[in-house]
Design a protein around this ligand. Structure first.
Ligand code: SAM
Ligand code: SF4
Length: 333
């Protein structure tokens, strides 16, 4: 097959050089905004094997992808995840291997992750009160996550970022505490608006949504924020507190549309190449991977072709928004 490009460009001229690769839909937590209480998980046969995941990552990297974020579900519950990370971490063309995790296993894995080539990690933490943390995650233990954050700092990770979803009735009074927790440890923190992906079982999302404009106002009442020049392509906008090196990010997919800068696609653990978080446009890469008549080149060609159906934008809460039924753990957050 001749003429495969060495970079991925969609039909709106956006260069796609970042993928988020989900390695499991399972998790040791059950966060209220991400999963329902009685989640059913995929049978093993539908889940990509480690070898298939590695092939997908390799195909994207050969097509010019520079950054891969490993996510889930909770990536650290996938069997032999370290072997996959080591493999992907050794691709010479890859500039950054990133991981998003709930932090519960980082006391054990922070150092090995760094050794495997993971360059940066995001750790989710929505509350600093043990009882609330348990209510939001349904099962998680706050002290383990805090120990995991500290282990990651001790392991020498740079630019660690905490992720917090602020929700009315759950944790909206903890914005400043979370900012101060991040300042104390000199790590970044990003506030992520709760996205309407799938139906949660414990609340209506429209009632719990706290926009980031509101979160920012709360912070600015105590700490004036200075905009930074550091805007990576994509959704995060970063600010700084006077005299501090760490940054505060706002990811506002609901209240501010950032699709014009979109540089990413997602691959679910079923091998579905999802071209947009808020739309169902996708391509079944697993079917290609498992078809003996099709080659690695076919896989790459399918990825190139998929760029033509990447939607221009998402339409969260617009009048005719068709909410995807998939929850975030199936999407690859
Ligand atoms: N288990 C890992 C974790 O919690 O960081 C990685 C996967 S999780 C799906 C990735 C991120 O998505 C987390 O920061 C989580 O808070 C966020 N998330 C999950 N569901 C969400 C939703 N409906 N809206 C906004 N963020 C969500
Ligand atoms: Fe698990 Fe992460 Fe979803 Fe929480 S947000 S249930 S930790 S996958």
């Amino acid at each position: 097959m001749a003429g495969l490009p060495d970079q991925l460009i969609d039909k709106f001229g956006r260069r796609i050089d970042y993928i988020r690769l989900s390695v499991t839909d399972r998790c040791d937590f059950r966060c209220v905004y991400c999963m329902t209480e009685d989640m059913k998980f995929l049978p093993r046969s539908q889940v990509l094997s480690l070898e298939e995941l590695e092939q997908v990552a390799r195909a994207f990297v050969e097509l010019g992808v520079k950054k891969i974020r490993i996510t889930g579900g909770e990536p650290m519950v996938r069997n032999n995840i370290m072997a996959l990370l080591r493999e992907i971490g050794s691709f010479p063309q890859l500039q950054e291997l990133l991981l998003t995790t709930n932090g519960a296993q980082l006391t054990r894995y922070a150092k090995p992750l760094r050794e495997a080539g993971v360059s940066r990690i995001n750790i989710s933490i929505d509350s600093l009160r043990p009882d609330r943390f348990e209510r939001i995650s349904r099962v998680g233990k706050l002290d383990r996550v805090i120990a995991g954050i500290d282990a990651s700092i001790a392991a020498g990770f740079e630019r660690i970022r905490l992720n917090s979803v602020i929700m009315k009735g759950y944790n909206e009074d903890e914005v400043l505490d979370l900012v101060e927790f991040a300042m104390d440890r000199d790590v970044d923190i990003a506030f992520i608006e709760e996205m309407p992906l799938g139906r949660p079982s414990d609340h209506e999302r429209e009632e719990t949504l706290c926009t980031n404009d509101w979160v920012r106002e709360v912070i600015e009442q105590r700490y004036p924020l200075i905009p930074t020049a550091s805007r990576t392509a994509g959704p995060s906008k970063y600010w700084q507190l006077n005299g501090r090196a760490n940054r505060i990010g706002f990811i506002s997919p609901v209240s501010h549309n950032f699709c014009a800068d979109c540089n990413r696609v997602r691959v679910t653990v079923e091998g579905r190449l999802l071209l947009c978080l808020g739309n169902e446009h996708s391509v079944d890469l697993r079917a290609i991977l498992r078809d003996p008549a099709r080659s690695f080149q076919d896989l790459k060609q399918a990825i190139v072709d998929a760029m033509d159906i990447k939607p221009e934008r998402h339409y969260f809460y617009d009048e005719d928004y068709a909410q995807p039924v998939r929850l975030m753990n199936m999407t690859g957050g």
